[in-house]
Design a binder for this molecule. Structure first.
Ligand SMILES: *[C@@H]1O[C@H](CO)[C@@H](O)[C@H](O)[C@H]1NC(C)=O
Ligand SMILES: *[C@@H]1O[C@H](CO)[C@@H](O)[C@H](O)[C@H]1NC(C)=O
Ligand SMILES: *[C@@H]1O[C@H](CO)[C@@H](O)[C@H](O)[C@H]1NC(C)=O
Ligand SMILES: *[C@@H]1O[C@H](CO)[C@@H](O)[C@H](O)[C@H]1NC(C)=O
Ligand SMILES: *[C@@H]1O[C@H](CO)[C@@H](O)[C@H](O)[C@H]1NC(C)=O
Length: 406
């Protein structure tokens, strides 16, 4: 009896301990000065955070010499991010598994594929076992040649993260294609085209616009209420003074880049462009599985879609106008227009592609598509959430059995 209890108690402890597989790629690579440039760029592009968040991952690391050849191409930072994200495989490959690939060749999805910046299957990496134990790497569309080769295993934590050195950056025309420089992004036209016209129109003539533009380079996340949310809110908006209108618009953006993954895993207070001083014009981010909601003291809005995600600028569609307590009372929210369902909205395919006017040229042609959102969701399931759930269930099971046996 007692033995059983201890067995379950031990299981419980073991599973609780197992729920902290936290790896920190920055710290792992810091022990290897030969990879300092690569490490630096993982942080600079925010890829490090994405890598740390995932639980089954392989990083194909480039030493300082290989990084220096890559940097010689003078790519912009967003483009470097695309290239490096091709070097992060969303599957675990230790040195052993790498040399035992079935049928000697395989295609593995990378983070470039998962973030939706890749066109088609350009985000897949071909791994091929060659003669004499050599292993070659290339982008999926590789013209029959493999230019990067396995060098050595840097560090392996089976089956969470493996860091393998390869000889040279995997070259890919798709990943190296220029991305729109952030400051060249025309916020107003992108928002207008992506179902955020009403909000863009309010912003266009407003004193709030410069603050949005000034932050695009350093990082900007915009929460854009849908057109129907704005039209339902119009009587209240008209009622505000000019200064209050500016504050309300500024309240819908935050001066940092927050990817959907980051929002999903960072519950808590978020300052906005309207924030001056502590506890002013902030709101709370709450995530539940795939759903992310924004709670002010007055009302709650949900993210229903992504308009554009081009680090360092990202814009989400939300189903209500956020009402800060600085401008509204709780009772003001009661008559708010019915909002769209908080389920992620299916965006129109190719909405941002194939436009003929000149504004469209500014809009990145390779923004996230429906598929990428689904892909993200799927990746999250296979890499994070489900693993956590399994451990939670194990912990609960251990507890319940422990008490039963007592
Ligand atoms: C990872 O390690 C770096 C360097 O030690 C540190 O600055 C960073 O905060 C760590 N990240 C996390 C999520 O712990
Ligand atoms: C090869 O196939 C076997 C059986 O189908 C599987 O267990 C193994 O994991 C595969 N190896 C790799 C590297 O995919
Ligand atoms: C290996 O290739 C053979 C023939 O092409 C195929 O039938 C088999 O399913 C492949 N095995 C794996 C594990 O992919
Ligand atoms: C990987 O690339 C090599 C060389 O181009 C090619 O022979 C092989 O078929 C590719 N593998 C896959 C799975 O596409
Ligand atoms: C406009 O403001 C007045 C005075 O503050 C208030 O009584 C009225 O209800 C407001 N109208 C709307 C539509 O919010």
């Amino acid at each position: 009896m007692n033995n059983l209890f201890f067995l379950f108690f031990f299981l419980f402890l073991a599973s609780a301990a197992a729920s902290v597989p936290a790896h920190n790629i920055t710290r792992m690579l810091a022990k290897h000065p030969g990879f300092s440039t690569f490490n630096h760029y993982l942080s600079l592009t925010h890829l490090a955070e994405e890598i740390n968040r995932r639980q089954t991952i392989t990083v194909l690391a480039l030493d300082n010499a290989a990084m220096s050849s890559l940097l010689d191409k003078h790519l912009s930072l967003p483009t470097i991010k695309n290239v490096l994200s091709l070097h992060v495989l969303v599957d675990y490959f230790g040195a052993k598994k790498l040399h035992q690939i079935n049928n000697s060749t395989t295609l593995v999805s990378s983070m470039f594929q998962a973030t939706g910046s890749a066109s088609g299957t350009a985000g897949y990496v071909n791994i091929t076992n060659l003669k004499a134990g050599k292993v070659g790497f290339a982008a999926e569309d590789n013209d029959g040649s493999l230019h990067s080769f396995y060098v050595k295993s840097v560090q392996e934590m089976p089956y969470y993260i493996s860091v393998l050195q390869i000889s040279a950056a995997i070259s890919s025309a798709d990943a190296e294609a220029p991305t729109a420089a952030p400051s060249a992004i025309d916020l107003i036209s992108i928002m207008s085209k992506q179902g955020c016209k009403a909000f863009a129109d309010l912003l266009r003539g407003s004193k709030a616009l410069p603050a949005f533009k000034e932050n695009v380079d350093g990082g900007l996340t915009v929460f854009c209420p849908t057109d129907s949310a704005i039209s339902g809110f119009a009587p209240k908006y008209k009622n505000l003074t000019e200064a209050q209108k500016v504050s309300l618009l500024l309240y819908h953006a935050t001066p940092v880049y927050e990817s959907l993954q980051m929002l999903k895993s960072s519950n808590g207070i978020m300052n906005t462009l309207a924030t001056e001083g502590a506890n002013k014009y902030d709101f709370t981010v709450k995530s539940e599985g795939e759903d992310v909601s924004l709670k002010t003291k007055v009302n709650t809005a949900s993210i229903v879609g992504t308009l554009i995600d081009q680090d360092p600028f990202v814009a989400y569609k939300i189903n209500r106008v956020l009402m800060p307590r600085e401008l509204f009372k709780a009772s003001d929210a009661l008559d708010q227009a019915p909002a769209e369902s908080p389920k992620p909205a299916k965006k129109k395919k190719n909405a941002k592609k194939g436009s003929e006017d000149s504004d469209a040229a500014d809009a990145p042609a390779d923004g996230p598509s429906d598929d990428s959102e689904d892909q993200k969701a799927a990746d999250q399931d296979s890499n994070g959430v489900s693993g956590l759930h399994v451990r939670l269930v194990m912990v609960l099971f251990g507890l319940i059995m422990g008490f039963l046996v007592l």
